[in-house]
Design a protein around this ligand. Sequence first.
Ligand SMILES: [Zn+2]
Length: 433
Amino acid sequence: MMQAIDEDDASLVRGLTAAVEALQDEAVALLSALVREPSLLGQEAGAQKIMAGTFAGLGLEVDTFAIDEAALQGMPGWSPSLISYDGRLNVVGVHRPRAARGRSLILNGHIDVVPPGEAARWTTPPFEPVVREGRLYGRGAGDMKAGIVAYTMAFKALRSLGLAPAAPVYLQSVIEEECTGNGALACLQRGYRAEAAVIPEPFNQTLMTAQLGVMWMQVEVRGRAAHMIDRGQGTSAIDAAFSVAAHLRRLEAAWNEPAARHPRYAAHAHPVNFNLGRIEGGEWTSSVPESCAMHWRLGFYPGEDLAEVRGRVERCVAEAIATDPALAGCAATVRWAGFQAAGFEIDPGAAVLQVLGEAHRAVCGRDAAELACTCTTDARFFALYGDTPATCYGPEASSIHTVDESVSLASLREVTTVLALFMARWCGVEPIA
Ligand SMILES: [Zn+2]
């Protein structure tokens, strides 16, 4: 009997590998169509329309819904939004089995992409997908439209073998992963739960076992204005901002000290990163600047309380103003907007990681490495607030968040096969009616 099951499984692996191979052109076409839609913050509608149509084409029930900001505000994990939610939709493809025998599953991906930066620095325009030497180039190709394509084609590969998951499966395409995570939170608010969630973020086919917390902070520094004649009477807000920044850099260094680290990050070169991502200041070339705004992205460890982290950072800024002679007469106000995201870890022995790791081994013929991630992902919502064990497993991509972003199409094909096999083993399968 065991022999028969092993043979069935081996033929399933072969069948899915061939089915995914046969769907590769369609996968590249879907990925290209998605990259062509510049789904920047607030401009997600075109790409989401493609996903709604794709889910409908797979015979899934399509649940399209707006984000109810009033309902989300009271929920843990909410981050203050940056722009209005009018007309900005999440799309979920819902599979309901005829007989639910297996474990339910959420496959989630974010449709939003970060700005392309200077388009002129790209080898080819950021929103014109191009395949070169086995890689598809374009903003969002790796992060993470390829992941969305992978789980979509994984579901389709099962169908092409006449099979469907024998448990509820929810294919979620969400907005705002890159700034708040409120798109994924809205899926929780809508009631979506499962026995596991997998997000194919482009982490080079590793199994994610932890992710850092991330916060966005704005520090408004005020100096004292003066004409150039009286420069000694004024304090430049821009100079003052850099003095405040030096204090934040010391706090960052302290959090990276070996003794301060979370154990999952013990071997990492520099896990906690404070990024000064934007700075605006000054009014006139011949006037001493009165104000300067710094926009920071701060990392912190899993298990740390958000209010406590905010308190430590606010004390750092307040102490800088109170004690640093370079900041005499200056003031600073701290505001928190955008990400207020806790970190989390998942037990490497968790069933979802075991089954996913075995699927990776069966398809790729090697073990998947574990990843303690230094950024945040939407996985935190499922893990921390949705009672759903969550991880990330996705393709190899390069230059995400910078120019010439690309994804490996060979890796996309492997990930698609792994996700299809994982789905079959996690959910079980039933013949399509
Ligand atoms: Zn991403």
